[in-house]
Design a binder for this molecule. Structure first.
Ligand SMILES: [Cu+2]
Length: 182
């Protein structure tokens, strides 16, 4: 009992220390102030000037590179043609790395099992008011045969990749470059 309490306190302490450090030095990865503007932001379909279709396979994208104008609003139609659950996520390499750790937990808790997403498990309270819900505005997570949409306004201020953060997929090469045009 005492040990459990100690671990909880230590974890809380290291968490807040991390948060403080991140804020103080301005390194936030998608959840803090400022970073949203750097990677861009979600937009409305009516603002999009073109549609880009992205096909997902096991484990790669088609196309592998997407050319974007700075400030452009693009409507992505994402189709999962594979046998596994895949994600289309727009972010920096650091953001993808952080998100991969979250997705390892989703697999460990049975939220993602090969080709299926357990939505019931996703809604479950993990004990501290947090759920395994996957509702990041810069990401779509799809089962085989599903398709989804993501409308994104690109700022062009930072180097971006699109990536699948389902465990092992990024490592297998499931990412591509966003190439900004001058
Ligand atoms: Cu994938």
């Amino acid at each position: 009992m005492r040990i459990t309490k100690f671990i909880t306190a230590a974890a809380a302490l290291s968490l807040s220390a991390t948060a403080f450090g991140a804020g103080a030095h301005g390194h936030s990865h998608g959840h803090g102030h400022g970073s949203g503007a750097a990677i861009g932001e979600p937009a409305n379909a009516s603002e999009a000037t073109r549609t880009v279709t992205v096909a997902m396979y096991d484990n790669y994208y088609e196309p592998e590179t997407i050319d974007i104008q700075k400030g452009e609003v693009v409507r992505f139609v994402v189709e999962n043609h594979g046998q596994l659950v895949h994600e289309f996520n727009i972010g920096t390499a650091d953001m993808h790395e952080a998100h991969q750790q979250e997705m390892v937990m989703m697999v460990e808790h049975g939220v993602i099992q090969g080709g299926t997403i357990n939505h019931q498990m996703m809604e479950m309270d993990m004990g501290d008011g947090h759920t395994m819900k996957h509702d990041d505005p810069n990401s779509v997570l799809l089962e085989p045969g599903q398709s989804g949409e993501l409308i994104w306004r690109f700022s062009g201020d930072t180097t971006l990749e699109f990536a699948c953060n389902v465990p092992g997929h990024y490592q297998a090469g499931m990412y591509g470059d966003v190439r900004f045009q001058q």
